[in-house]
Ligand binder design. Structure first.
Ligand code: CS2
Length: 490
């Protein structure tokens, strides 16, 4: 069934510029915004901005900004059309227009889903990565900005100069304290501008811009040709860019908006002063465990997360890493029952109809894992508790993305993309064993930060699991990890 939303006129103007027009935004924020506008009319239309690829933008334009969200549960597919975008553009092609939009007085919110990888920060210091040539290029200002932080900062400068008033920057990525982090990266950018220029912009931002933190959650796989065909068959609509999504959706937001906001509560969003706790809960229990499912699954030949978790070895390890290695460092928000949350997670991961791929979850592991692993690891170490499954997760990542020369980790691992892949591969080209790979990644490149770099015991365990994964495969490695954990907790 279709909800017929596409027949309604769009009788609202734009109020939001959204950076990152991927599937997640189109199945998450778009849905909440539609519900908000239905509940309370307002100019909260979204102008979607893709970073470089024109594919989605062109299709959106061809389809008058109508696309289908296909909600997929094992026993039902349902179709809806948010119809909430009023325009779309590609930042790489219309950079000037993007800056003008950030400065536009009609725009009250600039939101972002640019992935962990889009924030150009140094994993170790969590400051803006001034060594990145794109960041430097944006600071020099000879060309239009290409980094998200540069675009925001320079767009805000234009807004300040135009006297166009307050605005909210809303990060919706899986990063701890995402609002605070975005604010500090923008501050780093202004601090690196010529002195007076940077100081007046920083002072204006301080007075006029807020950066609420948010926790976002919905499993949204990539679109397949099969889905496109399915939508055509079920709705008669030849949609080139439908988005598959699970039924579950959650959005927790800090209510700190400088220039108003849509009534997202109407779509089920929760406004809370405990966003950080929700974020921890989600980034560790869901995303952290997801990484284990992705790497161990891919190495076992599983194409999808449900396939991975159908292996009882992997399912047991997932339960154990969630309960014993991630949960201890989580402060559970009020009103959340962890056992119910866990049961719900296992149900979501088992959604076979969704086809969420291990290669998708396993991609960008170098950036994702540093959000998921170091803090829980440090907490466990201080309490003298076992960290075997965190070590196995990291070993799984290294084996997938940077295996020992001559070892083939399988097609699902080979399909994983990672910004560190080439560097790791180059540096590990002559590595002879797990110890060398683990040292290069964690001690030399320090992709998990300083604390892990100094954690000899953890690095040694990762090394051991890299060797086991190469020589004997995931079951053997899982068996050792589970036995070692049991021994340590006994
Ligand atoms: C996943 C997330 O790709 C990943 O790393 O863990 O994209 C996950 O599906 C979402 O955060 C769910 O909200």
């Amino acid at each position: 069934m279709t909800d017929q939303l596409e027949r309604r006129p769009r009788n609202f103007g734009p109020g939001i510029v959204h950076l990152g027009l991927g599937n997640f935004h189109r199945a998450h924020m778009a849905m909440y915004t539609r519900a908000a506008i239905d509940a309370k009319a307002g100019d909260w239309g979204i102008i979607g901005v893709a970073s470089r690829s024109p594919a989605v933008v062109d299709a959106m334009k061809r389809q008058d900004f109508l696309y289908t969200i296909v909600q997929i549960s094992p026993d039902e597919f349902s179709y809806s059309t948010p119809n909430v975008h009023t325009d779309a553009l590609v930042a790489g092609l219309e950079g000037e227009r993007l800056l003008e939009l950030i400065a536009d007085p009609r725009i009250k919110i600039i939101s972002l889903t640019v992935t962990e990888n889009g924030y150009t920060f140094d994993p170790v210091t969590r400051h803006l990565n001034l060594a990145d040539h794109r960041v430097r290029q944006d600071l020099e200002g000879h060309e239009l900005p290409v980094t998200t932080i540069g675009q925001i900062a320079l767009g805000l400068e234009l807004r300040m100069l135009a006297g166009n008033g307050p605005v909210t920057i809303l990060s919706c990525d899986n990063l701890s304290h995402n609002g605070v982090l975005t604010q500090s990266l923008v501050a780093d950018f202004t601090a690196a501008l010529p002195r007076e220029r940077g100081a007046s912009l920083a002072a204006w931002i301080q007075r006029n811009v807020t950066f609420p933190s948010t926790m976002v959650d919905r499993i949204v796989p990539a679109t397949t040709q099969e889905l496109i065909d399915q939508v055509k068959k079920a709705t008669g609509y030849a949609d080139a860019i439908p988005v598959p999504a699970e039924p579950f959706s959650m959005w927790v937001i800090e209510d700190n908006f400088a220039a108003g906001r849509p009534q997202w509560e109407a779509g089920g969003a929760i406004f809370s002063d405990e966003v950080d706790k929700f974020e921890q809960l989600k980034v560790r229990l869901l995303n952290g465990t997801h990484s284990l499912l992705a790497y161990l699954g891919a190495l076992s030949g599983a194409a999808t997360i449900p396939e991975s978790i159908s292996d009882p070895w992997i399912a047991n390890a997932a339960r154990k890493v969630l309960r014993d290695e991630y949960l201890p460092s989580v402060q559970v928000p009020k009103g959340v029952d962890v056992r119910t949350y866990e049961a719900e997670l296992f149900g979501r991961w088992r959604n076979v109809a969704l086809g969420h791929r291990t290669s998708q979850v396993g991609s960008d592991g170098s950036v994702k894992l540093r959000e998921r692993v170091p803090y829980p690891n440090q907490q466990l170490r201080e309490k003298g508790r076992s960290r075997e499954l965190l070590a196995l997760t990291v070993a799984g990542y290294l084996t997938c993305v940077s295996p020992l020369p001559g070892f083939d980790p399988g097609e699902h691992a080979r399909a994983m993309q990672d910004p560190l892949r080439e560097v790791l591969r180059e540096r590990a080209a002559t590595a002879m064993n797990g110890t060398e790979i683990a040292r290069i990644a964690m001690d030399e490149i320090r992709f998990l930060g300083d604390d892990v770099a100094a954690d000899e015991e953890f690095i040694a365990r990762v090394a051991r699991y890299v060797d086991l994964l190469h020589s004997s495969g995931p079951h053997q490695a899982l068996s050792e990890a589970m036995n070692t954990t049991e021994r340590k907790t006994a």
